[in-house]
Design a protein. Sequence first.
Length: 89
Amino acid sequence: MEQTRELYSEKKTVPAVHPRYGFAYRQTSEEEQLPPAGTFGIRLFLCLLLFAAFVSMDKQGSEVGQVDSKRIVDEITNDVDIAEVWREL
């Protein structure tokens, strides 16, 4: 019964191979699997885009929606009381 389960199981196990060679065996026996695509590139691009917009606003002295670069800096450097924010939620 165990042999039948192993035969039709979707889990592939490494056969009895010495531990020293187990990693090499898994590399050659498994299919090439690409790691899942991450979002680092998208997040990096978005951060660079926002930073460029901030620098442009600061250099030109412009406002977007009644917000200028001085207010952005003030909000970033403002200390936040986590307990107070939690109570407001």
